[in-house]
Design a protein around this ligand. Sequence first.
Ligand code: RP5
Length: 169
Amino acid sequence: MSANASTSSTPLVGVIMGSNSDWEVMQHAVAILKQFGVPFEAQVISAHRMPDQMFTYAENARSRGLRAIIAGAGGAAHLPGMVAAKTIVPVLGVPVPSKYLRGEDSLLSIVQMPKGVPVSTFAIGEAGAANAALTAVALLAATDEALAQQLLAFRATQTAAAEAMTLPL
Ligand code: RP5
């Protein structure tokens, strides 16, 4: 693990991103993991600037106990796909908005994986980061009933909020 890694107990979810400039988006994944009390780690791993570290991270992910990897990147966003190429731990890809193409480049780079090596790809930006984390929670909830109950309560809260919505008629 790098010196920049942020860890809470033994991590079950790894959150990685290509740059600290991705944090503004990726912090929304971390916020969800914290909300559900899921042990996680978060760090910068750049596909094109740290390729050796990227492969090492992916190769060791399963033996280290990671159950999901949330990978966010922008532009020519190779990180999720290349990590997925080196591990069978599920990779949840988050397209980070880019400066010139608003993240459409990130989205297409991540979502268009050739058949055989999947990356579960989420919406561009904040919603994608949060939903990737909620999916990681759902994966863990399959074998953790307490977490499943937390997730059901989270959904119920959203239902109640939608039911309470009024319109300015
Ligand atoms: C990607 O390039 C990163 O994921 C980031 O979205 C983008 C820009 O990186 P910086 O130039 O801000 O470090 O690798």
